[in-house]
Write a protein that binds this ligand. Structure first.
Ligand SMILES: Cc1cn([C@H]2C[C@H](O)[C@@H](COP(=O)(O)OP(=O)(O)OP(=O)(O)O)O2)c(=O)[nH]c1=O
Length: 193
């Protein structure tokens, strides 16, 4: 099977590619990830994923055959939320999410080197939080799971205790929607043997 260059520092995306049985090399890039642009959340998810991919393509390793970049953030009430800067920001975020449904969006941009094709898609999952007490929020903040994740919670960790329901892909919330990504690879004739 051909290797994919994973243009991401996210350990969750590595876990999900491993789960899919796809060999990969990790090649993170630094981009601005400006969430304040006046565009809808789906377009924003596409745009940031494509910006990460294009940053990688400016100076790719010679042997690259495939590359994938992604961006995950949460959206509700016209707000787009990425990773919190500190505990106070995480606390405010969890308070806002308490008792309501938000969307988790992941933009995925896949590159096939042989003809320089780029395919970008967006996956959306609705996640509903239970009404959270101040005690629960304090407990969750103490777990430190909020560090480095969009929306200040980890569905794949103790964060699942805060959730009453999800509609859509679970792996999308973790940073790479397996079903959609598999479909994208198939569209571009990636061979799984
Ligand atoms: C909501 C949620 C997000 N996340 C993670 C997925 C993403 O890794 C992260 C969102 O940040 P991203 O900017 O998408 O990715 P990243 O900074 O981890 O890596 P890079 O920019 O190099 O690609 O939040 C979880 O792990 N669990 C969750 O429940």
């Amino acid at each position: 099977m051909e290797k994919i260059h994973l243009v991401s520092s996210s350990p969750r995306r590595q876990t999900l590619l491993t789960q899919m049985g796809i060999p990969f090399d990790v090649f993170p890039v630094e981009t601005e990830e400006d969430m304040t642009r006046d565009i809808g959340p789906e377009v924003l998810a596409r745009t940031i994923a494509e910006e990460k991919l294009h940053a990688f393509l400016k100076n790719p390793p010679i042997q690259v055959k495939w590359a994938v970049a992604a961006d995950t953030f949460i959206s509700y009430h016209d707000r787009r939320v990425g990773k919190p800067e500190n505990r106070l920001e995480a606390e405010r975020e969890l308070l806002s999410l308490s008792g309501m449904t938000h969307q988790v969006l992941t933009g995925i941009s896949l590159y096939r080197a042989k003809d320089r094709t780029i395919l970008t898609e967006v996956d959306i999952t609705d996640v509903t939080f239970r009404p959270l007490s101040a005690k629960e929020i304090a407990w969750y903040l103490d777990t430190e799971e909020w560090k480095g994740v969009a929306g200040s919670y980890r569905i794949q960790g103790k964060g699942e205790c805060l959730i009453s329901g999800i509609n859509g892909s679970y792996s999308n919330v973790m940073g790479l929607p397996i079903t959609r990504f598999y479909g994208m690879l198939t569209k571009l004739d990636f061979t799984f043997d």
